[in-house]
Each structure stands twice: as C-alpha cells, then as structure tokens.
Write a protein that binds this ligand. Structure first.
Ligand SMILES: Nc1ncnc2c1ncn2[C@@H]1O[C@H](COP(=O)(O)OP(=O)(O)O)[C@@H](O)[C@H]1O
Ligand SMILES: Cc1ncsc1CCOP(=O)(O)O
Ligand SMILES: [Mg+2]
Length: 275
C-alpha cells in the first residue's frame, strides 16, 4: 500500500508553525551541518553537551538527539536522556559506528535501556550490529554488501520483532529506508546515492527526525521525515548532475533543497510503500 505525500506536507507544516528547538548531543564532524539543516527545515538547533548543563537545556527543548559519533559525551547523553524521558520528549538515538566498536555498541545498548528512545536511526550495518550485538564493519559507513546481508537475514522481520519488544521505532537507512514500529514495515524509496558520498547525511536525517517527532510523535512522522530527507537528496542530486558539480556542492544543495522545499514537491515526490 502507498503512503500519502499529503501526510509529509501536514507534518512539515506543523514544524513551520511550532518552530521546535531540538537538543542535539552530536559529533564534531557533522555538527555544523546538523544545526544548519534544522534551521533550513524551520526548526531551531541547540548543540549543548556539557554534562553540567544538559539537564536544564533539554528541559527547555522539544526533542533530544543522542549521536554515538559523540561517544565521549556518553554521560551527558545519559543525564539529558533521563530528563527528556521523564518529560515525555521524543528521543532519537543515532548509533554511529556501533558496527565497528564493541565499546560503543555496549554503551548504546545500555543507554537504550536507561532512556527508552522513541526512535533509533542508523545505516543498515549499524542497525544489524545492534540487532545481533556483533560488529560487521570498522568504519561509520554501511558495508558494501549490507543490503544483500539484510535480504539474507530478513532484516525487515527482525527489525519488526525488535521494535515490538523494545517499544520503539527503528529505521535502517540506505538505498531503501526500512521503518517499523513493530506492527508494519514501511519502505521509503526516496533518496540518491550521492547522499552516501558525503559525511553527515545520516546525522542530518537523525536531527530532522527530532523535528518531525516533536511536531507529531508517531511512526507516520518518522516515515514522513525519511521521505522528506530523501526528496531533498533527489533534488540536490538532479541539480548537481545538471551543473556537473562535486560532492561539496551537493552537501550545500541538499541543505538548500530543505530550505526551499514546497508542498508540491513533497506531495508528488513521496515514494513510500508498506506491508
Ligand atoms: N544508495 C542510496 N540511494 C538512495 N538514498 C540513499 C542511498 N544511500 C543513502 N541514502 C540516504 O542517505 C541518508 C543517510 O543514509 P545512510 O548513508 O544509510 O546513513 P549514514 O550516513 O548514517 O551511513 C538516508 O536518507 C538514506 O535514505
Ligand atoms: C565520519 C564520522 N566519524 C565519526 S562521526 C562521523 C560522521 C558520520 O556521519 P554520517 O553517519 O551521517 O555519515
Ligand atoms: Mg551515520
């Protein structure tokens, strides 16, 4: 069955009205892009990570992001996460690099139990590493054969069970994003291979999940965010090809596409089905 682009527009418009502040405890590599993409989408970023202030800061925001590329800020994630959970704020974890570091994986699994995230979004390799509690690649990018491995192990079904058991929404991103809350599995076909050629497209999609979930806390909102991010990637890639430009231009045009997004582009561009 198809997922309607009108739902993407509806939630996007709620973000424009609410202008939610999103608290991001995130990594130094992509922090600036994460702040800019939130502004482009109509939200407001705050990137505080000192353990002595995160509790107060998170209390004044609409959602919390914990990105494991910032593993040195683990204590801050725990403190902020406990407060955000107590206040009922949406919490999103990005398990950056858990497929390459058993320490990071252990900490991520521990944090999940303590702060009860609303959603976890990682690439195929990171999500599989969490599901099986074992590493597959050493870097932060998905393995080349992650898709084939996902098909072999019936990743959608495994994700569905895991999401149900842990009462959370799971997203495995890649050529096709898989999204589940344990009842059904959505497949988002939006996006461009160019997105995997820059660092930060995953981190940026994670902070956008904070904005979407603060506008509406539902699995449909997560699906809408994946479609939105993918459509921005498609628009930027089209422009890049037409003008024969490189990956850094793509990064800028991706953020531009978010800031210039129209309801028509969302309605016509959304390409999601579910089963
Ligand atoms: N080959 C691809 N085709 C289309 N979209 C892609 C592709 N690879 C990644 N994306 C998109 O890029 C974003 C980041 O995904 P991914 O690269 O898997 O995460 P990460 O950057 O965390 O490794 C997601 O929106 C995803 O849909
Ligand atoms: C390269 C790198 N190393 C630690 S965090 C990080 C950024 C990862 O960003 P993304 O997962 O969005 O590509
Ligand atoms: Mg990532």
């Amino acid at each position: 069955m198809k997922f309607s682009g009108e739902k993407v527009v509806e939630i996007y418009e709620k973000i424009q009205q609410k202008r939610p502040i999103i608290h991001c405890i995130t990594n130094a590599v992509t922090v600036n892009d994460c702040a800019n993409i939130l502004l482009a989408a109509g939200a407001s970023p705050t990137m505080a990570h000192h353990p002595c202030e995160v509790e107060e800061i998170t209390a004044g925001t609409a959602a919390l992001i914990c990105n494991f590329g910032a593993i040195s800020d683990y204590e801050a994630m725990k403190t902020a996460g406990k407060r955000a959970h107590a206040l009922g704020h949406p919490i999103v974890i990005d398990p950056v690099g858990v497929s390459g570091s058993s320490y990071r994986r252990e900490k991520c699994l521990e944090l999940m139990k303590i702060i009860h995230p609303t959603c976890i979004r990682g690439n195929y390799s990171e999500i599989q590493a969490l599901l099986h509690n074992c590493g597959t690649v050493t870097g932060v990018d998905a393995a080349e054969d992650a898709l084939a491995e996902a098909e072999e192990t019936d990743l959608p079904e495994l994700m569905k069970q895991y999401a149900k058991e842990n009462q959370m929404i799971l997203v495995a991103s890649g050529e096709t994003d898989l999204i589940t809350d344990g009842s059904c599995v959505y497949r988002c076909h939006n996006g461009s291979p160019m997105m995997a050629r820059i660092t930060g497209s995953g981190c940026m999609s994670t902070v956008m999940l904070g904005a979407f979930l603060s506008a509406e806390n539902s699995v449909e909102s997560v699906v809408a965010c994946c479609a939105f991010t993918g459509i921005a990637g498609e628009l930027a890639a089209k422009e890049m090809t037409a003008q024969k430009r490189g990956t850094m231009t793509f990064r800028n045009w991706f953020i531009d596409a978010v800031s210039l997004m129209t309801p028509e582009q969302l309605e016509h561009g959304t390409d999601v089905d579910w089963f």
